[in-house]
Write a protein that binds this ligand. Structure first.
Ligand code: ATP
Ligand code: MG
Ligand code: MG
Ligand code: MG
Length: 560
């Protein structure tokens, strides 16, 4: 491809609103442009990277036996009402009307659509297991779209869904897709960890997140230096140092009022509507634990929790009241600072204290605090908040903390959606059974940004070969020079048969060409300059900076 025919609008200046490397570099190197907040145009170079990432994803998914389809972005409200998520998903769901005033959503994910499809089209256990996937644009009205492609409101996702007649079958496919994900991120060149996340109300150990290690990551993970142990750290709010009172709940409410917090503040902070706030809260008031339950949501785990913490139980009928007294949240948003209330447990490990769930869904950010579900805990004192340097729970290494970017998420859904939507098949005995399901997501556009986040230097991006928009940058120093031009053209024709070659045939100063080349970051640069008359060109490896001169005849025989 000739560069003069491309659209690669590079920038010399660092755009002022771009805080992190990948956002800055993707803008500067002419890969993306913002169209609206959290909405981006993928320029030609970015489109090529996306295609390469997608190709890797397709190859690995296909190898698991999954098949590709494409579902609509525009989704009828009825399906979401059937699953219940129309009411619980919150403001992240982009909703709209058609001309007849029918309600729709722009898909943030596709469990409803696919469950409905399989419900209609698959009637017998003989057709199971079945795995389907798509690569498609998703919409989420994120409260804080930021960091460029890392948290967009419109982004590209690969989402897969599997359907089974037994838990064993789900486990098998889950493990295959887990392996496929490991292959995908390894092939993208990423330094990542697969971590255990909390499965929330669904329970069990059926969810892992794939985290790209990066200081700008929004998640904190704990992992073992020498073994495979790795978990997402999710928080359990345990509040202490509160004035003694016989009426702890009223007192907490007072704290909120004193600190001029309102329902709106807290609900905005939580990023959920008031009616979908936390169901169970555990406070430590003076030396006494208080468990606050809302809407009579007594689950077994709440009772367990009460016993473990020897807590007073307070029940609130009105969820809004909970929001009022809240002043803290569970989940990725971190603790809020209400004066006089100190959060003592902002580092509870997901696998040890189940503060929140996988956070794959709006619900999952605030479901029960669940020690005792995945491990045995009988007393509060036995709960250990993991620290760096501790030995890992498997006893085989030392715990390290790292920040991570969630690029993938695999989840055993069980029958959550099939039951809600009455999606059943006939088993061997002719009995109807709900499908057992798994779901598996990869942020394609987020993966591209994560690669840039991990591979760059002060000059620009350093693309790993497997995902580079082009493999070779062929640069003619002076295009007006006949010898240089014709030598480059010959080289281009040869190399282009084997590699993706970007030929800088522009009439620009050499300084501009080299700066752009480093910024764009293709793995290999071949420069045709003054020594063209001798048939000699210069090769530069972007990653190492290694440079050498080589005769074109040798170069061609080397690469072909
Ligand atoms: P996060 O915790 O970052 O909000 P999520 O848990 O809500 O992500 P999932 O529902 O698990 O995301 O979606 C599957 C994948 O889609 C994620 O692992 C991530 O790679 C990608 N993704 C999710 N939200 C966004 C977004 N706003 N912009 C870009 N990619 C996203
Ligand atoms: Mg998440
Ligand atoms: Mg997730
Ligand atoms: Mg999210």
């Amino acid at each position: 491809m000739k560069q003069s025919m491309m659209l690669i609008p590079t920038l010399r200046e660092v755009p002022s609103d771009a805080e992190i490397k990948s956002h800055q570099l993707l803008l500067r190197a002419g890969f993306i442009r913002q169209n609206a907040s959290g909405v981006y145009i993928y320029l030609p170079l970015a489109k090529r990277v996306l295609q390469k990432v997608e190709q890797i994803v397709r190859e690995e998914m296909d190898a698991t036996g999954a098949v590709e389809l494409l579902m609509p972005t525009l989704q009828q409200a009825e399906l979401w009402q059937e699953s219940g998520r129309w009411y619980t998903y919150g403001p992240e769901l982009m909703r709209l009307h058609d001309r007849n005033n029918r309600e729709f959503a722009l898909g943030p994910t596709h469990e409803e659509v696919i469950t409905n499809l399989v419900k209609d089209e698959v009637k017998s256990y003989k057709r199971l297991p079945l795995s389907l996937y798509q690569i498609q644009t998703k919409f989420r009205d994120e409260k804080r779209p930021r960091f460029g492609l890392l948290r967009g409101r419109e982004f590209i996702m690969k989402d897969a869904y599997s359907f089974h007649s037994s838990k064993e079958s789900l486990d098998e496919v889950y493990n295959q897709i887990f392996q496929a994900y490991s292959n995908i991120f390894a092939r993208c060149g990423l330094n990542f960890r697969a971590v255990i996340a909390d499965a929330g109300s669904i329970g069990g150990k059926g969810t892992h997140e794939f985290m790209v290690l990066s200081d700008i990551g929004e998640d904190t993970i704990a992992y073992s230096d020498t073994s495979s142990y790795a978990a997402n750290i999710e928080m359990a709010p345990v509040i202490t140092k509160y004035e003694k009172s016989n009426e702890p709940v009223k007192e907490l409410e007072k704290v909120l009022t004193e600190n001029q917090k309102t329902i709106a503040d807290v609900s905005a902070f939580l990023n959920v509507s008031p009616e979908h706030c936390i169901k169970t809260l555990l406070f430590k008031v003076d030396e006494k634990f208080v468990l606050v339950l809302v809407r009579g949501d007594h689950e077994v785990n709440d009772i367990k929790l009460k016993n473990i913490f020897d807590a007073d139980m307070v029940e609130l009928a009105d969820p809004e009241e909970t929001v009022k007294i809240l002043g803290c949240t569970i989940g990725s948003l971190g603790p809020v600072n209400v004066t006089g209330v100190e959060v003592i447990a902002d580092h509870a490990i997901g696998a040890i204290v189940n503060g929140v769930c996988g956070a794959n869904e709006e619900d999952y950010h605030y479901i029960n605090v669940n020690p005792g579900r995945d491990f045995t805990v009988t007393r509060y004192e036995d709960l250990r908040f993991i620290q760096e340097g501790d030995s890992s729970p498997d006893g085989e290494g030392t715990i390290l903390f790292a920040k991570g970017i969630e690029v993938g998420h695999v989840f055993k859904l069980g029958t959550k959606y099939s039951e809600a939507m009455n999606a059943v098949y006939l088993d061997e005995n002719g009995k109807t059974q709900p499908f057992i399901m798994g779901c598996y997501g990869i942020g394609i556009s987020r993966t591209m940004a994560s690669i840039v986040e991990q591979f760059n230097d002060e000059k620009g991006i350093i693309w790993p070969v497997a995902v580079a928009p082009f493999e070779i940058h062929l640069v003619t120093v002076n295009v007006k020079d006949e010898v240089q031009s014709s030598l480059t053209e010959n080289l281009y024709n040869e190399l282009n048969q084997i590699y993706d070659v970007l030929w800088d045939d522009r009439q620009e100063r050499p300084g501009v060409k080299f700066a752009d080349s480093d910024l764009i970051g293709l793995p290999v640069r071949i420069t045709v300059g003054k020594k063209a008359s001798e048939g000699i060109v210069e090769v530069k490896v972007r990653q190492t900076g290694e440079m050498f001169e080589i005769h074109t005849s040798e170069l061609i025989s080397k690469v072909t």
